[in-house]
Design a protein around this ligand. Sequence first.
Ligand code: ADP
Ligand code: TYD
Length: 199
Amino acid sequence: MGAYFLLIVFEGIDGSGKSTQAKLLVSRLLERGVHSVYSREPTEGAVGELIRHYVLEAASITNPVTIALLYAADRSDHLEKLGDMSRAVQVFDRYYFSSIAYQVAAGAPLEFVERINSFAPRPDLTFLLDIDPRLSLGRLSKHDAFESRGYLDKVRSAFLHLAKIYNFQVLQGDDTPRAISETVFRQVWGKLVESGAVV
Ligand code: ADP
Ligand code: TYD
């Protein structure tokens, strides 16, 4: 298999099933000998930890512009640490669309959030797991600072709007994990065939 690169992104509100699907995709690709790597934002790095602590847990940083800058900094750190991505399928559990949906829904100006994320490469394929917050919140055991119904309703609408602009593949988050994973895998495999990475 030659050098190949695909950037696959999973987006959606909290508890929509992103991590489940991103990890399932990676294991299915690995089973077939396709080198693939899972990573998530916020990351486990220093900026990601700062976000988890001061934004998500303590909620002591609340300004949406400040928060957008922190997520962008974490994203830059994420991309830098991945290094040479050219020989793997990179599977991201959240990316800059989360900033556009969450921070703009919280009041940050859209153009500002887009501008500070303009360094980030565009994904080849983005899956949006669409689900009613009433259902996704019920799946989660601990709610962090952002996981309120009303806010997530706004974030969900923002994601659906972005789906049209950026041509996301919208999946029903209330389907079974297996059914969703089948659809995801078929589309990713199609991309790999298209790019000549697999036959
Ligand atoms: P996210 O990464 O979007 O927050 P997770 O993948 O962590 O979501 O899933 C949140 C919870 O919901 C987990 O307990 C997971 O096992 C469960 N879950 C994931 N996908 C589904 C699904 N399609 N149907 C029902 N439960 C699901
Ligand atoms: P995450 O750990 O993915 O939470 P979950 O597994 O519950 O989906 O993300 C933590 C929170 O960070 C989540 O509420 C969404 C938020 N977030 C932003 O607001 N902007 C961003 O750019 C990113 C990457 C995440």
